[in-house]
Design a protein around this ligand. Structure first.
Ligand SMILES: Nc1ncnc2c1ncn2[C@@H]1O[C@H](COP(=O)(O)OP(=O)(O)OP(=O)(O)O)[C@@H](O)[C@H]1O
Ligand SMILES: Nc1ccn([C@H]2C[C@H](O)[C@@H](COP(=O)(O)O)O2)c(=O)n1
Ligand SMILES: [Mg+2]
Length: 191
């Protein structure tokens, strides 16, 4: 049984940044769905490269069969980990249904870490990120934010209805955000 924490929030809210610090200090393995998809896009011989790039540039969501298989393979590769941070997933209903179908009975979903941050702050962060991403531009960001508002936030609301969401305001310095995230994990792992 894999222990799983979903990490969700708008593009640029700091999911990757915070997950990296959690991985360093709290023994969870960070799996970024976006990073896994970008790696698959670049993989020699991948049949999904062009499809993934099209979705990334358009800020739309790749079919869950691709993303969920990448996630499960990564979890199998780190099967002795204490837990996994599933960063940027589930991002829509297709993701959620596909996860339930593929991972049902295999995972213990501890909670959803929701990093909340105003969209204008998030967009500015992405435009200054400097990682050479093909989707860190105004056109792609507009589409990514629309996807987040219309498809991903409703998923966060579904989790909220069953008491699984732990919201942390990420419009603060990283150290302050992380201090609160540590408290969330401490409380969750006391149970
Ligand atoms: N609390 C913060 N204060 C200021 N800058 C931050 C903060 N958290 C992250 N950043 C910076 O904002 C940018 C986006 O952060 P990060 O890549 O972690 O976001 P993300 O939620 O993973 O975005 P995406 O969904 O696009 O992958 C990075 O340049 C990062 O260094
Ligand atoms: N569950 C997911 C996660 C990501 N993607 C695609 C579409 C996103 O805009 C892009 C980048 O993700 P990020 O690194 O910003 O978390 O990757 C997806 O299709 N499905
Ligand atoms: Mg990220």
């Amino acid at each position: 049984m894999y222990n799983v924490v979903f990490v969700l929030g708008p593009p640029g809210s700091g999911k990757g940044t915070i997950c990296s610090k959690i991985q360093q200090n709290l023994g969870y393995v960070h799996l970024s769905a976006g990073d896994l998809l970008r790696a698959e896009r670049e993989r020699a011989g991948s049949q999904f490269g062009a499809l993934i790039e099209n979705h990334i540039k358009n800020g739309s969501i790749v079919p869950v069969e691709i993303t969920c298989s990448l996630l499960e393979n990564a979890m199998i590769a780190s099967k002795d980990a204490n837990g996994f941070l599933i960063d940027g997933f589930p991002r829509n209903e297709d993701n959620l249904e596909g996860w339930k179908k593929q991972m049902g009975g295999k995972v213990n979903e501890q909670f959803v870490l929701f990093l909340s941050c105003p969209v204008d702050v998030c967009i500015d962060r992405c435009l200054h990120r400097g990682q050479g991403r093909t989707d860190d531009n105004v056109e792609s960001l507009k589409k990514r934010v629309e996807t987040y508002n219309q498809q991903t936030f409703p998923i966060i609301e579904l989790f909220e209805k069953v008491g699984m969401v732990r919201e942390v305001n990420s419009e603060r310095p990283v150290t302050e955000v992380y201090d609160d995230v540590v408290k969330v994990f401490a409380t969750a792992n006391q149970k």
